[in-house]
Design a binder for this molecule. Structure first.
Ligand code: TRP
Length: 468
């Protein structure tokens, strides 16, 4: 059996489940999922998304956690150990090197959006003092003014940068404190708080009058709406939401005890993540529909349509504040996992104390994310001439590069590695599956996942194939 060389671990299975659900549940669920579902026509997207979670996401999730738990180290070292024990080339560790890089890149732009969440917490907090507790938010203000809050923020590079740094600093603080002392502490307190707020706001929102419309919007499947671009968006969303392809779940897997059944736990993580995504739709759309607004506002849905809709509901400022506090909790537990993957690698690779490794990685994310914040909306010279990054700014390039290339590549290599390279005996002793399910999972990681992901990768790089 491989010894744990991280010197760290979760104190219980519950701690792991909360931390992993915390990693999965984040801005991807609260902001990106409803925005993507809205922009891609609702039901058809949602159905295909769920199918992707079940058939591609879950098998890869189990593969990642499995590698981490068996390797008991940072992601590349874990892959190296599994490869060595299976008598195969340790060059496979490359798949996790890409992952660690990917996690760092996602972290950089994730914290920029985390900064916007902090900004809206501030906006609603101050609005409680001007609009009072009882009525709608932003009393007496023109709706256009409320929707302009976001473009105004985008136009203020210094503020964007400051908010990014603030969010990153909070993330850094907890990761520097370690796995059981910091990461686990945040997960065990903030995830339950998140769930309570989330359910409360969803129930409150269901009385606004738009609930039925939201349900039919999200769950009426119109198969003709299932076009290539919609399917591509759904797969990308499934991967991002489950934190896959970039070594995050591998890193968390290394801190899991031997007694934990990985298949069952992966199922819980994927189930909770999808449930939160669907509920986020049922939380946001009723309020937005009740205000007579459209579903297809894209990224502006949460940051523009929703604040505007809070103008119309009783206790609007308070609900708005609680909503963004809740989103902040979800985002923080995710950014923590993004910082942890490169930190764990740095710490081992250069034998440095955790706080220093955390500081160095955060410093890099500060600069890169700082660029994305400061040069918001400005096409990056040279890079934006490439067709894939057509005219994009730093933020969008980071997003495109990670979700269209690094995540699919990481996931393809992970499933090939677990399906074909790692020894059967090793895999069988780790995955916690038996009988028919075991064979089905093996079929998925060997054939279905790599093939589906290769198609996704190609279409992601050449979107014109599907006419996007
Ligand atoms: N899954 C998170 C979300 O939905 C984001 C996230 C955390 C992530 N860790 C990740 C995304 C690793 C990709 C890879 O907000």
């Amino acid at each position: 059996m491989v010894a744990n060389t991280t010197g760290e671990g979760w104190s219980s299975r519950r701690a792991f489940v909360l931390a992993a659900v915390g990693s999965a549940v984040g801005l991807g669920n609260m902001w990106r999922f409803p925005a993507e579902a809205g922009a891609n026509g609702g039901g058809a997207f949602v159905m295909f998304y769920l199918l992707c979670v079940l058939l591609i996401g879950l098998p890869v999730l189990l593969s990642e956690v499995l590698i981490g738990r068996h390797g008991q180290s940072n992601a590349p070292e874990s892959v190296r150990r599994v490869a060595a024990e299976s008598g195969k080339s340790t060059r496979w560790a490359f798949l996790a090197d890409i992952g660690v890089l990917g996690a760092f890149l996602v972290l950089s732009f994730y914290c920029v959006v985390g900064g916007w969440v902090l900004y809206y917490i501030g906006v609603f907090l101050s609005d409680i003092f001007t609009s009072g507790l009882i009525g709608g938010a932003f009393e007496g203000r023109d709706p256009a003014e409320v929707e302009a809050l976001l473009p105004n923020l985008f136009g203020n590079g210094a503020l964007m940068l400051g908010l990014h740094v603030a969010f990153l600093a909070i993330t850094l603080y907890f990761v520097a404190r370690g796995v059981s002392g910091g990461i686990e502490w945040v997960a065990t307190w903030l995830m339950p708080a998140f769930f309570i707020l989330f359910v409360a706001i969803t129930i409150y929102g269901s009385f606004t009058g738009g609930f039925e419309e939201a349900v039919s919007y999200l769950f009426t499947v119109n198969f003709s709406a299932l076009t290539g671009p919609v399917m591509l968006a759904a797969v990308g969303q499934a991967f991002f939401s489950l934190s896959l392809g970039v070594a995050g779940m591998m890193t968390y897997g290394a801190y899991v005890g031997r007694d934990v059944n990985l298949a069952g736990t992966s199922g819980i993580i994927a189930g909770a993540d999808s449930a939160v995504a669907l509920l986020a739709g049922l939380c946001i759309f009723p309020i937005v529909f009740a205000a007579g607004l459209e579903a297809n506002a894209g990224p502006g849905l949460m940051f523009q349509s929703l604040p505007r809709a809070f103008q119309d509901i009783p206790f609007g400022s308070v609900i708005g504040l609680l909503f963004f506090v809740m989103v902040f909790f979800a985002a923080l537990t995710s950014s923590i996992s993004l910082l942890e993957a490169p930190t764990a690698w740095f710490k081992d690779r250069f034998r440095m104390p955790r706080p220093i490794a955390t500081g160095i990685v955060s410093g890099g994310a500060l600069v890169l994310g700082g660029f994305a914040a400061w040069f918001w909306g400005q096409p990056v010279p040279v890079l934006s001439d490439i067709a894939l990054f057509d005219g994009q700014d730093t933020f969008s390039i980071l997003d495109t590069l990670t979700s269209r290339i690094l995540m699919p590549v990481g996931a393809i290599l992970t499933s090939l590695f677990v399906g074909w390279v790692a020894s059967r005996r090793l895999i069988d002793s780790e995955n916690g599956l038996s009988g028919g399910l075991h064979h089905f999972w093996l079929f998925l990681v060997r054939w279905a996942c790599p093939l589906a992901l290769i198609v996704i990768l190609i279409v992601g790089i050449f979107p014109s194939i599907i006419g996007e």
